[in-house]
Design a protein. Structure first.
Length: 380
């Protein structure tokens, strides 16, 4: 076996080193390198967090936009369908529904209440409607128009419905076996052979005068409403509830409450649907044709003028509904100040609406003024 040999290499300075020459960094070089690296990483992290903040802000803004678009569509649809299915004549019954009612906030937010048969969003039954096409006096069967392209408009078995005489728009009623006047009917048969009966079942009777052309408007299916039902839905918009985390102080939720049992819906009896969160103000104005010449000549701010009308006058004079609300867009931004002269924002247009003063904290949020203007197509 060959014995290994150790070689020593002498440097020019006379130091002996084993194998290869040893090299390293001085403490100063390490500190300088770390300082440069820290500066570079600080810039990288600043750019990263800046981009992250921008992305988060844009995401929240997009989220707000989606929420607002959905809420806007529902509110517009309710205003558009106000008055739909309401009778002009309720006979001896005590119903006297106004298609639109505005509760003036007098320096605070307003409330809007609209009424009609198709305003229930908890189910599709309120969209269903038809009219009598034929009546077989021999069998007592009735056939209805049932070829709507939109299947949501089709009556189905179990639907609770009302009947209106087409020319006079009178609510059709009849007395049950006990002599009580009834107006609520149940759609019980197939689409080609149906019978309308008056609930409750203990006093059921076939519709006594099924004239061709009689209008049929659906309401609901759940029979639990039968005892207290009214022949239309009422839908109320107002600010209430508690703002969730992330909302500016002073904001509330724009809530929607509907009822087929009460003329003015109210929680907890009626279910509440929060339509929008972080809303600071809600204002309503009605376009009225006071001289009944077909044109709006009075913008009723807060509905004060319309509150003095009876149902017939309002039906003739109401031409347009305008709604304005101030809603938060995104979340708080410490580096942002909302552009408002003297911290004031006008929630409305022209002389309609009211002025809102933002607090120093509220100015750290972005705000969006949403304006809706709808001509109710069922009010005439």
């Amino acid at each position: 076996m060959k014995t290994p040999t150790l070689y020593l290499i002498y440097s020019g300075e006379g130091r002996a080193e084993r194998g290869l020459e040893q090299r390293g960094f001085s403490l100063i070089e390490i500190l300088v390198t770390m300082a440069i690296f820290s500066v570079l990483m600080t810039g990288v992290f600043r750019a990263y967090f800046s981009q992250l903040d921008h992305t988060t802000r844009e995401y929240r803004l997009a989220e707000s936009e989606i929420e607002q678009t959905i809420a806007k569509r529902i509110i517009e649809q309710d205003m558009l369908m106000s008055g739909y299915g309401l009778a002009d004549d309720y006979g001896s019954l005590t119903f006297d529904p106004m298609p639109v009612t505005v509760v003036n906030g007098s320096g605070t937010s307003d409330e809007l209440i609209v009424r009609g048969t198709s305003l229930g969003i908890q189910g599709r039954e309120g969209r269903a409607w038809s009219y009598i096409e034929t009546f077989n006096s021999g069998t007592g069967s009735i056939s209805f128009r049932d070829d709507w392209e939109d299947t949501r408009e089709l009556l189905t078995s179990g639907n609770r419905v009302i009947l209106l005489e087409p020319s006079s728009k009178k609510l059709l009623t009849q007395n049950d076996s006990g002599g009580t006047e009834r107006w609520l009917y149940s759609f019980t048969g197939s689409t080609s052979n149906v019978t309308l009966v008056s609930p409750p079942a203990s006093s059921a009777a076939a519709f006594a005068d099924p004239q061709v052309g009689v209008l049929v408007y659906g309401l609901y299916t759940n029979s639990s409403h039968d005892a207290a039902a009214q022949p239309y839905f009422s839908t109320r918009y107002y600010l209430g509830g508690t703002s969730p985390a992330g909302c500016a102080p002073g904001t509330l939720s724009l809530e929607r409450t509907e009822s087929v049992e009460r003329d003015v819906p109210a929680a907890p009896s009626d279910s509440v649907t929060p339509m929008l969160t972080c809303v600071l103000d809600f204002q309503v104005a009605l376009g009225l044709d006071t001289d009944e010449d077909g044109d709006v000549d009075n913008w009723d701010n807060g509905g004060a003028v319309a509150s003095g009308y009876d149902r017939e006058q309002l039906n003739k004079r109401l031409k347009r509904i305008k709604v304005f609300y101030l809603v938060q867009n995104g979340h708080r931004d410490e580096d942002y100040t909302f552009p408002a002269t003297d911290s004031k924002v006008w929630v409305g247009e022209g002389s309609l609406g009211r002025e809102v003063t933002l607090t120093a904290e509220q100015l750290k949020y972005r705000w969006r003024l949403v304006s809706l203007s709808v001509q109710p197509r069922n009010v005439r």
